[in-house]
Design a binder for this molecule. Structure first.
Ligand code: ADP
Length: 654
């Protein structure tokens, strides 16, 4: 495994402004997704943070009274107040915590839902792009390994609320510590009343309080430093745990080639959670050192504060009740300030992770710029409304006139690739026509279809639908024009009818007709639950397993059900032998009536029924004509390929 490039933007510097901007943006994202989440954290944080300080204040009054006048009436009031406020606030805090925890439990789901929406709406070209996949993976790994990214904001928000409330309460409770003077006649202790001394003590406390969390933030920065290694290890672990053992498709190779041993060795090499990993070494070295130092410095703060309180009490500045109050408040103040600084440090460390999140979320949808309705083009009479409610029996919703496609000098490279997958392709394709696209593997056939269906846009040249660049049309309407069955089509483990309709609302008659036309009729009659039969067993133990050939028939039925004006078969039959493929293609040719159709195959024999065959070679269109015309041109590519492949077909079958 090659060493990967540095992935996280965390290596470049982070400004305070950027931290604030990205964090606020992150909060707005959460607010947009689930305002209740932020409200619950805010309200719960305020109420629960205040609760202990009310107790401390009342307890201090009670202790003072016990040590002083011992007024039974006042004692009763303090005890009752302490019990009731403590009880009510604790109850309130428990209820609010429950509310908050329910919201927090949905965090993972909410975040992934947000990313899933983005993935499903982004341009197909971007989904396919290596950089996008890397971004996606990094976001998941960052969340998984250290809760970095949008997650961190929620927990930081919680910490900020709690620490600010603690500090405000603690400052209110400690203010009098510095004001109440040591009583006269206490010798050297009188120095504690001197303003310079008081300022010095406050400065020392602040200095120590700042140093401790800064050291802790420094320790935390090692997580950022080793984020790439952690992610790789985490991914390998995820692969080991989630995919290698569970995936039936991998099961054979895993056993035969001992891929488990190979995976385990790689995992061992990059695992961040073993004693020899960089993170573990840092934890034993500088990372652990900074953390320990941070703890020690915090204790110095507490020590200084205790001595100050004790000396003032000794000098008669206040009684035992206030000692209790100050000691508790100072510890709380120190804890609150530490938590705040640590959280701000965390937010700073989190900035680079947020950059990754927003780079992903901000990817523009370049495909969706056009707004012309397909039906606006007067030459076409495809009725989207009617199609949605069409009766399949009545035939196509297409009225006579239709769609003419033209590729004009189209060239295309896949993202990040040097070589052109298509080069200068020019051709026209008329409504109702049957076109066969043939050529060897890698000659550009599927790319041609992907451009036609606007899964990608051409790098050069243009594709016209009835004379207008397809980029000008409304993207979703344009996509409705095509039913494509790709080689690696996918069915989902839902009901058969839903698979065919691509919806929960299934027109049963239409679905059955399409399945029968696609050759699935006999099998359908044997299914006890008919269209309601769940295929595969992913979500239903009673689901039925179907063979590759049956799946293919369902995929064809799905294409027919969509009832789009263009049907494209991109070698969904590649698993069949050439003769069976020819039969499927020929019967599809009968089935699709007056629609336009494109048949793709690297096997020339499959498409010989088409009168219009286009031959692709190395991304270019090298020939076009009928089978008879092409096969008689002995200098042409078609002739060479035909003769090269002929040995695989039985002469009697051709
Ligand atoms: P065919 O359908 O004729 O087998 P394709 O259109 O799939 O050929 O591929 C044409 C060329 O583009 C090949 O060189 C192939 O390797 C390349 N290619 C196909 N898909 C991708 C992709 N997603 N990313 C990069 N290159 C691709």
């Amino acid at each position: 495994m090659r060493k990967r490039k540095k992935g996280n933007a965390g290596k470049s510097s982070v400004s305070f402004k950027e931290t604030v901007q990205l964090s606020l943006r992150g909060f707005r994202v959460w607010w947009g997704e689930n305002p209740e989440l932020l409200l619950s954290v805010l309200i719960c944080g305020v109420v629960c943070a205040l609760t202990p300080y009310v107790d401390i204040w009342l307890l201090a009054r009670l202790v003072d009274e016990i040590a002083g006048e011992r007024d039974s009436h006042l004692l009763t009031v303090y005890v009752l107040a302490l019990m009731s406020t403590s009880g009510v606030l604790s109850l309130l805090c428990a209820g609010l915590t429950r509310w908050k925890n329910v919201q927090l439990a949905c965090l993972w789901h909410t975040q992934n839902n947000m990313f899933m929406k983005k993935l499903l709406s982004m341009d197909f070209a971007d989904m396919d792009d290596g950089h996008v996949q890397e971004l996606r993976s990094r976001i998941w790994q960052n969340t998984d390994s250290g809760g970095w990214g949008l997650y961190k904001l929620i927990y930081s928000f919680e910490a900020i609320i709690s620490s600010v409330m603690s500090m405000i309460s603690a400052i209110l409770l400690t203010a009098s510590l510095f004001i109440l003077p040591v009583t006269a006649g206490n010798g050297r202790l009188m120095i504690l009343n001197h303003p310079v001394f008081i300022l010095l003590i406050i400065a020392l406390m602040f200095a120590v309080t700042f140093v401790a969390p800064l050291l802790s933030v420094k320790a935390g920065s090692y997580w950022v430093k080793y984020a790439d290694e952690n992610q790789l290890g985490n991914r390998l672990f995820g692969f080991w745990l989630g995919s290698l053992g569970n995936d039936r498709a991998k099961a054979l190779d895993v056993r035969i080639y001992r891929q488990d041993v190979l995976s385990r060795s790689n995992l061992k090499k990059y695992n961040p959670f073993i004693p020899t990993s960089k993170l573990a070494k840092a934890a034993r070295g500088p990372m652990g050192g900074y953390q320990a130092l941070s703890g020690a410095v915090s204790q110095i703060f507490v020590g200084v504060a205790y001595i100050f309180v004790a000396l003032k009490a000794l000098g008669g500045a206040f009684g035992v009740g206030r000692v209790v109050q100050y000691v508790s408040a100072i510890i709380a103040l120190s804890g609150g300030l530490s938590m705040l600084i640590e959280t701000l440090g965390d937010l700073r460390n989190n900035t680079s992770f947020l950059r990754t999140v927003f780079e992903f979320l901000d990817m523009p949808n370049k495909m969706e710029q056009g707004d012309m309705s397909v039906s606006q083009n007067g030459d076409m009479e495809y009725d989207f409304e009617r199609r949605a409610h069409s009766n399949y029996e009545s035939g196509s919703t297409l009225a006579g006139k239709g769609y003419n496609i033209e590729f004009r000098n189209v060239s295309f490279k896949y993202p990040g690739q040097e070589d052109y997958a298509l080069r200068n392709v020019s051709m026209t394709f008329h409504a109702g026509q049957r076109l066969a696209v043939v050529g060897t593997n890698g000659s550009g056939k599927t790319t041609f279809i992907k451009l036609l269906c606007r899964l990608y846009d051409p790098a050069e040249g243009e594709i016209l639908l009835n004379g207008i660049d397809i980029r000008k049309y409304n993207y979703h309407e344009y996509m409705q024009l095509f039913s494509v069955v790709f080689q690696d089509f996918k069915l989902l483990s839902f009901e058969l009818g839903q698979n065919v309709a691509g919806s929960m609302n299934v027109d049963s008659d239409k679905a059955v007709q399409c399945l029968r036309k696609a050759g699935f009729g006999i099998r359908l009659d044997k299914l006890t639950h008919g269209l309601s039969t769940v295929i595969y067993k992913e979500f239903d133990g009673e689901g039925v397993d179907i063979s590759g050939g049956e799946a293919q028939k369902i995929a064809l039925a799905r294409a027919l059900y969509k009832d789009a004006p263009f049907i494209i078969l991109d070698e969904p039959t590649a698993a069949l032998d050439p003769i069976a493929e020819f039969e499927v293609y020929s019967s599809m040719n009968q089935m699709i009536g007056e629609k336009s159709a494109v048949f793709i195959s690297h096997r020339l024999s499959s498409c010989r029924f088409c009168h219009d065959i286009v031959v692709f070679h190395e991304g270019r269109v090298v020939q076009r004509g009928s089978h008879d015309a092409l096969v008689s041109d002995e200098s042409g590519m078609y002739y060479r390929l035909w003769n090269a492949q002929a040995q695989y077909y039985e002469v009697k079958d051709l």
